[in-house]
Design a protein around this ligand. Structure first.
Ligand SMILES: NC(=O)c1ccc[n+]([C@@H]2O[C@H](COP(=O)([O-])OP(=O)(O)OC[C@H]3O[C@@H](n4cnc5c(N)ncnc54)[C@H](O)[C@@H]3O)[C@@H](O)[C@H]2O)c1
Length: 394
């Protein structure tokens, strides 16, 4: 990452406004750090909390100018759109039910958008965003951040390179333990937005982490899930929202898959794992040990691929900042999405050509396909696990 293509194309950093991610949010600080890691964005404005007074005060605390620390996301968009030095792009990291509102408003006012997952809570809303992006020609990056890991990109590149042959089997699991306690959520804290289906979406576990697992399988294999047979529900007694989902998958090339997600596996931290098997070998990767990609070819002993190590393919090399043996992690993977989106945005704004390898970040179409998968899995589960189409014609 010796070059800064944004400075080369624009003569300056891109100006970013953030909506959401205020006090108490884990992902808010992550977005802001990721945006600035490679010096392609500067955060110039924000509406970072739901309460207007708290939002204005919290924006100043993170270093925003007082006149660009707004009380409300829509107020921010209008004000920034009317400034000569206004934001170029907007990053949205608010609760799920507001992604649709802020994405459409931002695109309507000419901002490129970086939005956290899930893109929206309903398929109709997701399609609204897809159509708006098409109509405006603006960039939309969806932060399925696990796709930013160098070894995930190496896996994608190896599959695309034919090193695994024809893909036949995919096993993906995303297992967490944060919601294993029977008294979660604590009634004394009120109902957090995630537990309210109107705000959090129709399925808590599928919106929170099932969307990531589905996206990761698609990203690495380049395949689409064509049909799903699922059981989605609550494993913690008396819980009204979903905390686990299990599914068999059929992919569009005939490959078969398994999908297992839960937030109620006591003691487990953030275990996102995937195994992809083809006719020539298998790949294995897990998020808690992100710098090791295990390759088991049929023709020889197992190999460990590492960031910038031997056998690194160009898509992976672009996602790695330092020499091999120096671990990069969650922050850097998240930053890779921002840096790629920045290159795409700068290229669009300066009528230049981006590096094609920078265009692998998830977008609005990936988001809509993810919402369709959640809908299909829920419909399958409600019908006792019948195979249900997950294909989206867009
Ligand atoms: N990519 C990831 O790995 C990842 C991880 C965690 C959360 N997320 C996503 O990030 C989003 C937020 O989740 P979270 O865990 O930060 O939630 P959270 O409840 O911890 O924090 C939300 C923050 O946004 C603020 N907020 C709420 N409504 C707002 C509004 N209308 N305008 C401005 N600010 C507002 C709140 O005050 C709070 O500071 C969700 O869409 C979630 O799915 C993604």
């Amino acid at each position: 990452m010796d070059r800064n293509p944004v400075i080369e194309m624009m003569g300056r950093r891109l100006r970013l406004a953030v909506i959401g991610g205020g006090p108490g949010s884990f992902i808010g600080a992550m977005h802001r750090t990721a945006a600035t890691l490679d010096d392609r964005f500067e955060v110039v404005a924000g509406a970072i909390s739901s309460d207007p007074d708290r939002s204005r005060a919290a924006g100043v605390v993170i270093g925003l100018a007082r006149d660009r620390s707004y009380g409300d996301g829509l107020e921010l968009l209008k004000a920034e759109a009317s400034r000569d030095d206004g934001a170029d792009a907007v990053a949205i990291m608010t609760p799920n039910d507001t992604h649709h509102l802020y994405s459409l408003a931002a695109l309507d006012l000419g901002f490129d958008v970086i939005c956290d997952k899930p893109i929206t809570n309903t398929l109709d809303e997701a399609l609204d965003v897809v159509h708006k992006v098409r109509q405006t020609g603006l960039i939309f990056c969806l932060t399925h951040n696990y796709t930013g890991y160098p070894m995930v990109r190496q896996a994608r590149a190896m599959v695309n390179d034919g090193q695994l042959g024809e893909i036949r089997l995919v096993q993906v699991e995303y297992v967490q333990g944060g919601k294993a306690a029977e008294n979660d959520p604590d009634p004394a804290d009120g109902l957090p937005w995630r537990y309210d289906p109107v705000r959090g979406g129709p399925s808590l576990v599928m919106g929170d982490i099932g969307s990531h697992a589905h996206n990761l399988a698609r990203f690495i294999t380049g395949l689409e899930v064509s049909e799903v047979s699922a059981e989605i529900g609550a494993i913690v007694p008396d819980r009204l929202v979903h905390d686990y989902g299990a599914a068999m998958l059929r992919f569009d090339n005939g490959a078969r898959g398994s999908f297992w997600v839960t937030q109620a596996a006591a003691g487990v931290e953030n275990c996102l794992r995937i195994r992809v098997s083809g006719t020539l070998g298998s790949l294995e990767w897990e998020q808690e040990k992100p710098t090791a990609l295990i390759f088991k070819p049929t023709t020889g002993p197992a190999e460990v691929r590492t960031p910038n190590g031997p056998g690194t393919l160009p898509l992976s090399a672009l996602a790695t900042r330092i020499v091999s043996g120096h671990p990069e992690g969650f922050h850097e993977a998240f930053a890779n999405l921002y840096s790629d989106a920045a290159e795409a945005i700068a290229a669009r704004r300066s009528a230049s050509m981006p590096n094609p390898l920078a265009l692998h970040f998830p977008n609005e179409i990936d988001g809509a396909i993810g919402v369709k998968f959640v809908d299909a899995a829920m419909a399958s589960s409600a019908a006792g696990g019948v195979w249900t189409s997950a294909l989206l014609d867009i």
